[in-house]
Design a protein around this ligand. Structure first.
Ligand SMILES: C[S@@+](CC[C@H](N)C(=O)[O-])C[C@H]1O[C@@H](n2cnc3c(N)ncnc32)[C@H](O)[C@@H]1O
Length: 228
């Protein structure tokens, strides 16, 4: 369905959680609530079954870039364990506040989080079988996106999957009732901003190189995929 109102990306709008001076308690509550919101809306279970699980082998490694509060790492660890596969999961996150929050959680022993950037990892020659991210693409400028995608391909040996919101009027309207459920956090304000900053499928295809594919997923998601 075409977007009638959210025709253009609003890259001028900034998310409250990106403000280095934002309220720390609200931010920590935002990380906490990400677990529920991502679980309901981000569609990772579907992406895991279709793209990740067929490639998992004992001892393989996964990287979550911009892992925020760490909920995707915890979920991936649980799904792989339930499938009887031993995996090692690493998260990187440049925001020290997110790393502090996630490090305070009871992380599974095969999950670790580092306060680094993708360029640090590329410089260090780090390699992972599978590289993923959730809700990072819409944060980046076009130049940052290009560098981010190049880095993610260099870090991965078999698969890169970047999952992000697909901009759509219905996604915006459908997110409004979240006001009733998610209070004392930036979830709703930043969620609506994220929808307005995010790409439509055609826009994303326009800014990436030919070795990337965009897969349209339910619940207004774009999956940007590459198999290095
Ligand atoms: C909306 S949060 C999403 C966090 C988490 N992935 C989730 O889905 O809950 C976006 C995260 O991307 C991180 N980020 C922004 N630019 C980044 C970059 N260039 N490399 C890695 N992470 C980045 C931010 O620090 C922020 O924590």
């Amino acid at each position: 369905m075409p977007t009638l109102f959210l025709k253009h990306r609003r890259t001028d709008l900034l998310e409250l959680m990106d403000d280095s001076d934002c309220d720390l308690e609200m931010l920590r509550e935002t990380y906490r609530q990400f677990t529920t919101v991502n679980g309901l809306l981000s569609g990772w279970r579907r992406a895991y079954k279709r793209f990740i699980r067929p490639r998992l082998t004992d001892g393989c490694s996964m990287l979550d870039i911009g892992c925020g509060g760490g909920d995707l790492l915890i979920r991936l660890a649980a799904w792989a364990a339930a499938d009887g596969v031993r995996v090692k999961l690493t998260g990187i996150e440049p925001d020290r506040r997110a790393v502090d929050y996630a490090s305070g959680l009871a992380l599974p022993e095969n999950v670790s989080i580092e306060a680094k950037t993708t360029s640090d990892f590329v410089r260090e020659g780090r390699q992972f079988d599978i590289v993923v991210s959730n809700h990072v693409l819409h944060h980046l400028s076009t130049a940052e996106l290009t560098a981010f995608l190049d880095d993610s391909k260099q870090l991965a040996s078999t698969l890169v999957l970047h999952n992000d919101i697909r901009r759509n009027d219905l996604a915006f309207v459908g997110f409004l009732p979240m006001w009733f459920f998610f209070r004392n956090s930036f979830i709703v304000r930043d969620g609506l901003t994220s929808i307005r900053r995010s790409y439509r499928e055609d826009e994303l295809l326009e800014v990436v190189t030919d070795d990337w594919d965009v897969i349209v997923m339910p619940l207004f998601r774009n999956l940007l995929i590459s198999e290095p």
